[in-house]
Design a protein around this ligand. Structure first.
Ligand code: FMN
Length: 210
């Protein structure tokens, strides 16, 4: 078998085993593993034309479960969730009636809290023109997700942080200017249970060759 085939098979296996993990053991992955994962995030594409010559176009904030920062982050997240819920609940009843999804989202947010993972990582991407930082963050997160799977660890995407780029308390904690970076979060740790491979609809039903 050629070397290329081997790489391709390894990549396929990693992609198949990449899952959303939402329940973590209290055991901590080694910091060297976290560094590998972050490096994978840095190696993901970035929008060079949008961020110009800034070397700090992408930053990583690792919040350890036993840190003072983690306690503070919990309070900040809780208060942000409360404000979000208040805004959603004050939407006209007409809209609420139309979208069952919105009611479901509210229900989910009412029970939301930060996961019990040993590491929460906030990825920050410099906002530029054109405004494509969220897309760049998705690339960084996917690279990190795959690297996490390759390490045999679990990863949960925390999209709540996308709505917090202007949050003054969070930006103060991270020591960044409100609005200068777009944000995305993830939790990383050792999964509590075993996960099977990803399950998706039949590719043939979703594909058209023209
Ligand atoms: C844009 C986006 C946002 C997501 N946000 C969250 C999130 O905030 N919390 C979470 O647990 N999973 C989140 N997910 C994960 C999806 O729910 C998950 O990928 C999907 O259910 C398929 O499961 P799998 O990742 O195990 O294949 C998000 C995924 C995407 C693409």
């Amino acid at each position: 078998m050629s070397e290329n085939n081997t790489y391709s098979q390894i990549l396929e296996t990693i992609m198949k085993n990449r899952r959303s993990v939402r329940n973590f053991s209290s055991e901590k992955p080694a910091p060297a593993q976290i560094e590998k994962i972050i490096l994978a995030g840095l190696n993901a594409p970035f929008a060079a034309a949008a961020v110009g010559d800034r070397n700090d176009f992408r930053r990583f904030f690792i919040i350890k479960s036993d840190s003072a920062a983690r306690k503070e982050l919990e309070l900040i997240a809780l208060s942000h969730l409360k404000v979000t819920l208040k805004k959603l609940n004050s939407l006209p009843a007409r809209i609420m009636g139309v979208t069952k999804k919105l009611a479901k989202l509210i229900e989910r947010l009412e029970n939301a809290k930060l996961p019990n993972a040993p590491y929460i990582i906030i990825i920050a991407e410099l906002n530029g023109i054109p405004p494509v930082a969220p897309q760049a963050l998705a690339h960084a997160a996917e690279n990190m997700w795959l690297a996490t799977s390759a390490e045999g660890l679990g990863f949960q995407l925390l999209s709540m942080f996308e709505t917090m780029k202007e949050n003054k308390a969070l930006c103060k904690l991270l020591d960044i200017k409100p609005g200068e970076y777009s944000l995305l979060g993830c939790a990383i740790g050792i999964p509590m249970e075993k996960y099977g491979p990803v399950v998706r609809p039949d590719l043939k039903t979703l594909t058209k060759w023209l």
